[in-house]
Design a protein around this ligand. Structure first.
Ligand SMILES: [Zn+2]
Length: 143
């Protein structure tokens, strides 16, 4: 892990796309088709705090712009069908969630963890060991 990733350093005009379970890649910063702005549900404050705690990182929930693609289980991106997407656009963290998953703690907190780490990819120390924010490790932790 790069030490700088634990600090709030903003990459210049850089858009990073990703998704729960299988995200990687660099793409331009257009919103997914059908994405509309969403006020973060009240629940997200607790989820963000819980994600900061398991990762032992601190971030700024208010620095995230939220979008939802209503009434879908996945949305199309240039790297395939996704349930969630985190991008860094200028100094803003942008998270888009498929409508069916806006109340899914794993999906939402998975994207929050990308925000805290400020990176794509899934270092197992964070996504598996510390926070259980992959489908497989989440299910194992819940059962
Ligand atoms: Zn991811």
């Amino acid at each position: 892990m790069r030490p700088a990733s634990i600090h709030r350093k903003f990459a210049p005009a850089l858009a990073i796309w990703l998704v729960a379970a299988s995200c990687t890649g660099l793409e331009p910063s257009a919103l997914p088709d059908g994405a509309v702005p969403m006020a973060a549900p009240a629940q997200y404050s607790e989820w963000y705090a819980r994600t900061e705690a398991c990762a032992e990182l601190s971030g700024a929930l208010e620095g995230i712009e939220w979008y939802v693609v209503p009434d879908v289980a996945t949305f199309e991106t240039s790297i395939g069908e996704k349930v969630g997407l985190w991008e860094r656009v200028g100094d803003v963290s942008r998270i888009t969630i498929a409508g069916y998953y806006v109340e899914n703690e794993m999906v939402v907190r998975h994207e929050m963890l990308h925000d805290l780490l400020e990176r794509t990819g899934h270092p197992p120390e964070y996504f598996v060991n510390r926070c259980h924010l992959t489908w497989e490790s989440w299910d194992a932790a819940e059962s």
